[in-house]
Ligand binder design. Sequence first.
Ligand code: BGP
Length: 493
Amino acid sequence: MTNNLSKKMNGFPADFLWGGATAANQVEGGYDAGGKGLTTADMVPFVPKAQRGLNFAIDVNSDYIERALKGEVEDRYPKRDGVDFYNRYEEDIELFAEMGFKAFRLSINWARIFPNGDDAVPNLEGLEFYDRVFAALNKHGIEPIVTLSHYETPLALSRKHNGWYSRELIPLFVKYAETVFNRYRHQVKYWITFNEINMMGHSPYTGGGVLIDRIPGRTKEQIAYQALHHQFVASALVTKLAHEIDPSAQVGCMLARTQTYPVTNNPDDVFLAQHYNDLNLFHTDVHVHGEYPSYMNRYFAENDIEIQKEIGDDEILKQYPVDYVSLSYYMSKSVAKNPENYEAVSGNLVTYAVKNQYLDTSDWGWQIDPKGLRITLRDMYNRYRKPLFVVENGLGAYDKVEEDGSIHDTYRIDYLKKHIEQMKEAVLDGVDLMGYTAWGPIDLISMSTSEMSKRYGFVYVDQDDEGNGTLNRSKKDSFDWYKRVIATNGEDL
Ligand code: BGP
């Protein structure tokens, strides 16, 4: 009988799910094709870099939406066209298969299935599009990892109910989930309910189609925690449903994990870092432990946050926790009791942070911290004792196309190599890690800035920030590198 402790793991498990991750609103395009309705993402205009502040959050307001719908604004909406995955999915999936993907994370666009969010019957053309995508993945033996909501709230639900601020969205979301669970139960085993559910606190419009200008007298935070509660209940209800429809289904939650450090060992800074880590991990605490953690009671009281719950909500949260915990990890952040003494930085969902003198930054100022990934995986695994899944990690960067068409993205290989090394260390530290789907395996539209020039892909797409280009795909140096990583199960980095 082998002693498990002595069974030396040389790295990733044999069934590790290597792949890439996308979001419908950032790759598909076809914003009005096949009967699809508008989503909140379709109303986010391109904002030139010079006009963005340090803590840029794409928040349109209700007045802008109504004017835009009347054609009274002259903006461009890059997410409406994406990179035309809607028509080119077969070619793209073949490229993913060529890299040896075991898994591919995508989101189903809710408004393809229910164009108005509350349609009596689902839109067959929308369902048939994902039939074709799943068939293409299946042909290549690639496991779909499907996000139900990745910043794609049907615009009609935002205009009618003010998005997830209304409890009305819970039954509508359950009906949408039931429709896709039933249709794709034989194609999809891994589901994720809400992408980066903590986006709600950063941008209620992006996270849940909530327009805070329609709720005078309440702070963004008060509004966000109420809308979040509705998403927590909806997530638990669809977890229950998934297990009823397919007992082998695995349902995960998803957090934009921002590992937070104190800028010094001054206990004031250390305490502040603990506070920010709690505010971030609060979301996965609710999804996994099925209850609001006690440390939030004081925070809610001190910030005048009162969440309206209904009878039965607490029981639903408790009874239907997630099966696994997925996360995005791009960077870490540092906080200081006296931030005025330090240089301010920003990043993915980071609106308040100070520079970490030990870390390099990306072209967009995100603090690159591979060791932070090992730290956070150990921390989260010990906190939850559930399998973890890194479903987003990657480097947004400017890429240069050489005369001969080659793209030497050594900086991207370096970033990914270092993060994969740290993931392997975490696995050797005992973390149960299901897989790794690098963000943006193909260049796509940036979530936060709607830029095309912020490239993440192993596959280059010929399109610029203004939407000009042939949309032709080509391989960067990182394409063959990642192919080797997967072929050697993370050994040849
Ligand atoms: C996360 C989103 C992804 C992706 C990523 C990179 O917040 O889940 O949709 O976009 O961030 O961010 P960006 O595209 O702004 O560089």
